[in-house]
Design a protein around this ligand. Sequence first.
Ligand code: HEM
Length: 326
Amino acid sequence: MPDEDKHPLPTGYQLSALDPVYRETPWVPLDRLRSEDPVHHDQQLGRYFLTRGQEVTELIKNRDLNADPRKANEGSFSRTLYGANSKELSILMLDDPEHKRQRTLVQKAFNKRSVDALLPRIEEIANRLADDIAAQDGEFDFVATFGSPLPTTVMAELLGINPDDRKDFRRWSLGCMLALNPFRTPEQTALYEESTTVLAAYLAREVDIRRSKPSDDLITRLAQAEEEGDSLTTQDIVLLIRLLLIAGNSTTTDMLTAGVAQLLKNPDQLAKFRARPDLHANAMDEILRVEPPVSQVLRSAHEDMQVHDKQIKRRHHSHVAIRRAF
Ligand code: HEM
């Protein structure tokens, strides 16, 4: 009997956080697929599951593939997870020409230069949080005291959220992140729906205020962005900010937390990093490779395509697993 029959390849929910092995040690099933079936046809969840650097790079770089889940076939993982909410897709799940339109306008307001300008303030916030931790005795919860407040505070400042509203804003932001949990409980779904509705109304009001009374913040710059007579609608801006809250907060929290955990588990690397803080870019690259906060990107094929040993049919969905693929 072939080894694969005695020990079937991991597939379906075994390649999801519902599975205890995948949850605790995702690299075990991923390593197995990478060596035995790098372009795996997961029939249970209706997707191709790619784990090897060569094919992962090929798909990520292929600009002809679709990110829009509405273009994936019926019953596919991507469409089931996101397609139902089809009127409210953010830039992340749009394809050209709408993706290009929004991206051109957004880049006028939000780009490397605007983020660099914020760096001294980010350092100030990080130092204040670190000082608060140093002032405490003994153990502390890294996520609660640093990993979570750092990005949510920076994001609130970037957007120009009124300090009186920040507590509510943080609660709604955390509620919106439940979008990423396909297995949320009914209570979590209610919290998610309430947060998205209330936040959308709040942000739409803020955009209207900035249109008549500009301020020095990202919401104003997005409202003012213009290209050849085109500009972002209030709905475009609301969806974009909701994406920034989901894409920017939990990713940063997870990266900081995974980084601290990895360094604590590898004291030799921690000692090296302490002696050579100038190696921070290498450290970040390695943390993102080993424990990436976004461990996959989702794409569907716009026409039949051959990837390694599999023929992926038009509209079929691929789950491109970045974690340790390189
Ligand atoms: C460690 C932190 C982060 C990681 C690992 C990360 C990862 C990613 C990945 C893999 C994508 C591409 C997804 C795809 O192609 O399907 C993406 C897109 C995006 N991310 Fe992040 N991200 C991080 C932080 C942030 C932050 C801080 C923001 C904003 C404040 C942000 C905003 C976005 C946006 C707007 C997109 C969509 C871009 C587009 O479609 O043109 N991300 N991110």
